[in-house]
Design a protein. Structure first.
Length: 147
């Protein structure tokens, strides 16, 4: 594995269209990978994901019915890897290093494979394989911008 990289920073938002318009006004470009329930905006060397707050909490296997101080933090960083096996290996390595498992690696509804961990300070990370993106020789990917 090459150096650690953040592939996607996902924000849990209350109003998907409002947030999409806001970030596009700041220069982010909507991608062809966006769907009705999630938007992927290409930035400079990183992708910004916008996902409904409640749906993101559910995807991370987080019970969001707790007290306000224990609610889902609305931000998930993602590390996208080139295979399901790489997700499994990274998940195990993260747990061995002290992360807490939030959701074990599994096939997901959108056709990929993903898991969630919490680092020792409680920050959420999605570890995922997305069969619909291609990586360059350095392990980076960019999304095709929608016209």
């Amino acid at each position: 594995m090459t150096g650690a990289k953040i592939s996607i920073l996902t924000l849990g938002v209350e109003d998907l269209e409002r947030s999409l318009n806001f970030y596009q006004a700041l220069g982010w470009k909507d991608s062809t990978h966006s769907q009705d329930s999630v938007k992927f905006l290409q930035g400079n060397n990183i992708v910004l994901g916008l996902y409904g707050r409640a749906a993101l909490a559910e995807d991370a296997n987080f019970d969001d019915t707790s007290s306000p101080s224990e609610q889902f933090p609305n931000v998930v960083m993602a590390i996208n890897l080139a295979s399901e096996a790489a997700v499994n290996d990274f998940f195990k390595r993260a747990i061995d290093a002290g992360a807490s498992p939030q959701k074990p690696p599994e096939k997901v509804f959108w056709g990929g494979y993903s898991s969630y961990i919490r680092d020792p300070d409680g920050h959420y990370w999605e570890i995922a394989y997305n069969p619909f993106v291609k990586f360059d020789a350095d392990g980076n990917f960019t999304l095709e911008v929608a016209s």
